[in-house]
Design a protein around this ligand. Structure first.
Ligand code: 2BA
Length: 110
């Protein structure tokens, strides 16, 4: 049974992850994506593979993608006249990788 491993990673980890996957014989595709919360670029790596290879692929992703903390400036609240708002950045932890493993019903190459 084939699986599709969809992995959302930090842009800075994408190239090294792709290299590691290719070195171990796994074909992959990178899509440039944007996180809904931070509205910053990240990368989505697609790997189509046999079910038996999934654990190895997940281990490669884990090895090569690292968690980071990022500062986010909260949006100012609606202020009354004369009020002012000093934005204080808050920390969020991003990654290492958000991974979804999907069943592939059919796969063709023409
Ligand atoms: P972003 O949506 O830009 O989220 C970046 C980080 O901000 C998240 O890291 C999380 O720590 C935090 N965050 C997200 N939504 C939040 C909220 N409503 N309140 C507080 N903090 C929030 P990760 O969880 O590691 O996610 C990294 C990226 O993976 C996300 O970037 C998004 O592009 C993707 N992602 C994560 N979970 C997803 C899901 N269930 N479905 C689709 N994409 C997902």
């Amino acid at each position: 049974m084939m699986k599709l491993i969809l992995s959302i990673v930090h842009s800075d980890d994408a190239e090294i992850l792709i290299r590691a996957l290719e070195q171990r014989g796994h074909r992959c595709t990178k899509i440039s994506t944007t996180g809904g919360f931070l509205r910053e670029g990240n990368a989505t790596i697609l790997v189509g593979a046999e079910a038996a290879q999934v654990d190895e692929i997940l281990a490669i992703i884990k090895e090569n993608c690292h968690a980071r903390t990022q500062l986010v400036s909260p949006l100012p609240p609606v202020a009354e006249a004369g009020e002012f708002f000093i934005p204080r950045p808050v920390e969020v932890q991003v990654g290492g990788a958000t991974v979804f493993v999907l069943n592939v019903e059919r796969s063709e190459k023409f």
